[in-house]
Each structure stands twice: as structure tokens, then as C-alpha cells.
Unconditional design. Structure first.
Length: 381
């Protein structure tokens, strides 16, 4: 549902060329044009599937539909159709039923490669606990000192303190198709508007009204709620000489923690250039991946800056979504063919421990050089 840059440029040009007295009307027309462009393909696809569904009576699963509970239908009546006048009277948040959030939440977890390595709290909970196991198990009486040690290793992560907000438009053509299709559209759009924002929070969130991102230093000096960036560790290879000596001691806590799989996160450009060259060699049949020093998994994220990467231990970043809601506003009624909503998602996230991830400076990451073994025949005199 992305809008082409050329289309945006055309709309901006029309606005710039419009006389001053026509600016307001042109802005309304521009918004209408953008929304029609944005959802044109989706509406056509839904209408085609809708006709096929009604004609063939195929099962819901083929079309990504599901049976809705009465509570979910009532929510659609209030929030989307606005048939229930007792709720959502303007600038009020109507929270999605937990069953709907569960479906969206499961989709979110598979939407991005990064998300499958995040430790997700169950959908709908308001607070989740972070547990940092420390020390060794010992036999003996349960003393206050042992209890204090256990309590010191547990922190809580409130999941309802930060909100992620985005606009959503529901075309009337979708509304007329009925509950199941409205539900499918809402889930699809909410997934799209949330997945990029959630990933941004996990990678680069400042901690101020947002998650604490992987790029941030949990032990740094916090200024007005904002965590500082972690100091990047410069590496020249992903093998034992540089990565092994400079990064692994942090991740494995100087040998006190076993580390097998490591997630390397970087933007797509760096993955395709520096990191690719550092992990592949050119042979007779093209580029071939070299044997990894460790079990690395390479994950793209546009939120990681150029010349940087993140080495993350799987499931050591905890995140969760407590609630999702729809805020309908009367301010946008001039869009006759579209209804405008604000999608609000409440959630949070942070590393369990500061040494669960290391920020890498890969500006001097060297291409992998194949090792060639030379053998010479020696002739006895």
C-alpha cells in the first residue's frame, strides 16, 4: 500500500500551482487522491476475492477470513460502521477485542525476520517481568540473602506506558463487504502501520515515550528520559581475530555464558556490501559463503545506520503489546469516500541485560580473502 514518489511529486506540484484562495480545497482533493491511489489495488483485490468468495462459497481460510465473535462484530459496529451511537462519539479510543489483537500479534511476530528472535510477552498483559539468572544453585536453607539475590535478578517491564500512533483509512467499498472483510482489512492495515514502527522502537528507540532500542546503552547517563547510544566496537572481520577477540567476550561474559547463535542486524545496503564481502569468497562457480566462525543469522533492518551493525543474542530483547485501539475523529468527515481513524498501539521493550547485544563499527570490515595452500614437489638430489 505504498505510494509512488512520482505520484507524491505530482500532487505536491498541483498544490503549489493552485491559487491561494483554492489551497484548502486542493488539499482536500490531494488527500482524497492520495488515499484512492494508496488503496486502489487493495480495493480491486478485495472486490475480486469478494465476488469469487460469494460465487464459489469457498472456505474462509483461502481468503484470509475468520469467523468473528459477537464482541468483535459489536466493535466493528462501533469503531468502523459507527452504527452504535453509544460509543466512540469523537476523539475516544475504542480498544480492539483481545481476540483480534491476538491474531494481529501473531502476524506481527512473523512479519519481519527480526521479530522471531525477540522475546515477546503475551498479548494483552500490562506488565511483564525480565529475569536475569545469576549465580549458581546451592544447597541449604532458604535465607533472606538468597531471597534478596533472587529478587535482585528480576525487573518488571511495563507494557502500557508508550504509544505508537498512525492514521488508518477504511474505504466505504470495504465497509459494504461485511464483517469478515472489514476485519481482514483492519488487521492487514494495522499490521502494516505497526510493523515498521515497532521495529524502529526495538532498534533505535530512545527510551523516552518509546522502547529502549538495541543501539542504546542501558548503563549510560540518561538525559530527560533519553538513553545514550552505545559505543560501537570496531571490527575488521567476523572471525576469531577481530569479532572473536573484541565482541565475544562481552556476549559470553568472558566465558561464563555459552553462546551459540548470534543475530547480526544491519541495513540492507551494508548486508549486500561489507557483510557479504566479509562472509563470501569468489570461486569458479560464483560467490560462495564461507564456513561461519559462529552460527550467525543475518537480519536486515533499515533503522541500523550505515557503517554499523548489531550483534544480538536471540530472545534477550523483551518486547510486548498490551493494547491496540481505534480513535475516530469527526475532523476528517470532508473525505466522503473514506473514514479516517487513528490507530494507537501501547507497548514497550528493552534488553534484559546490557551485554546481550553489542553495537559494531563495520566501517573497516575487510573482504574475506580465500586461503590458498601451495604445494611444491621436491626432487631428491
Amino acid at each position: 500500500m505504498k505510494i509512488k514518489n512520482k505520484k507524491i511529486e505530482e500532487i505536491i506540484e498541483k498544490l503549489n500551482d493552485a491559487p491561494a484562495e483554492e489551497k484548502s480545497q486542493k488539499i482536500v482533493e490531494a488527500i482524497q487522491e492520495v488515499m484512492e491511489e494508496q488503496y486502489a489495488g487493495t480495493i480491486e483485490e478485495y472486490q475480486r476475492e469478494f465476488e469469487e468468495y460469494n460465487a464459489s462459497k469457498e472456505n474462509d481460510k483461502k481468503f484470509g477470513l475468520r469467523s468473528l465473535t459477537e464482541k468483535e462484530k459489536q466493535w466493528i459496529d462501533r469503531a468502523i460502521k459507527q452504527e452504535d451511537k453509544t460509543s466512540l462519539k469523537g476523539d475516544e479510543i475504542d480498544y480492539l477485542p483481545e481476540t483480534t489483537v491476538d491474531y494481529i500479534f501473531e502476524d506481527l511476530k512473523v512479519a519481519h525476520p527480526l521479530f522471531k528472535y525477540i522475546n515477546w510477552a503475551p498479548a494483552g498483559v500490562q506488565k511483564w517481568f525480565l529475569s536475569e539468572r545469576s549465580g549458581k544453585a546451592t544447597w541449604g536453607k532458604l535465607t533472606r540473602a538468597i531471597v534478596d539475590q533472587i529478587e535482585a535478578g528480576i525487573e518488571d517491564l511495563p507494557l502500557d506506558v508508550n504509544s505508537l500512533t498512525a492514521f488508518m483509512f477504511v474505504p466505504k467499498a470495504i465497509i459494504t463487504m461485511g464483517y469478515k472483510w472489514i476485519d481482514k482489512f483492519v488487521r492487514t492495515v494495522i499490521l502494516e502501520v505497526n510493523e515498521e514502527g515497532i521495529e524502529t522502537g526495538i532498534i533505535a528507540g530512545t527510551g523516552k515515550e518509546s522502547p529502549i532500542g538495541l543501539l542504546k546503552d542501558l548503563k549510560g547517563s540518561v538525559q530527560e528520559g533519553v538513553y545514550p547510544d552505545k559505543k560501537a566496537v570496531e571490527i575488521t572481520d567476523l572471525g576469531p581475530d577481530s569479532f572473536g577477540e573484541k565482541v565475544l567476550p562481552t556476549l559470553n561474559r568472558n566465558g561464563k555464558r555459552n553462546v551459540s547463535k548470534i543475530i547480526i542486524i544491519a541495513n540492507q545496503k551494508e548486508l549486500d556490501t561489507k557483510i557479504f564481502k566479509a562472509t563470501h569468497v569468489l570461486g569458479f562457480n560464483g560467490y560462495m559463503p564461507a564456513d561461519n566462525y559462529k552460527d550467525f543469522e543475518y537480519v536486515p533492518s533499515p533503522d541500523v545506520p550505515d557503517n554499523k551493525a548489531i550483534a544480538l543474542l536471540p530472545n534477550r530483547y523483551t518486547a510486548g503489546i498490551s493494547r491496540m485501539g481505534i480513535d475516530y475523529s469527526d475532523h476528517y468527515k470532508f473525505l466522503e469516500q473514506l473514514r479516517t481513524y487513528v490507530v494507537v498501539t501501547y507497548g514497550n521493550g528493552r534488553l534484559i541485560s546490557n551485554d546481550d547485544a553489542v553495537v559494531l563499527d563495520i566501517s573497516k570490515l575487510a573482504p574475506l580473502t580465500p586461503m590458498v595452500k601451495s604445494e611444491t614437489n621436491q626432487v631428491s638430489p
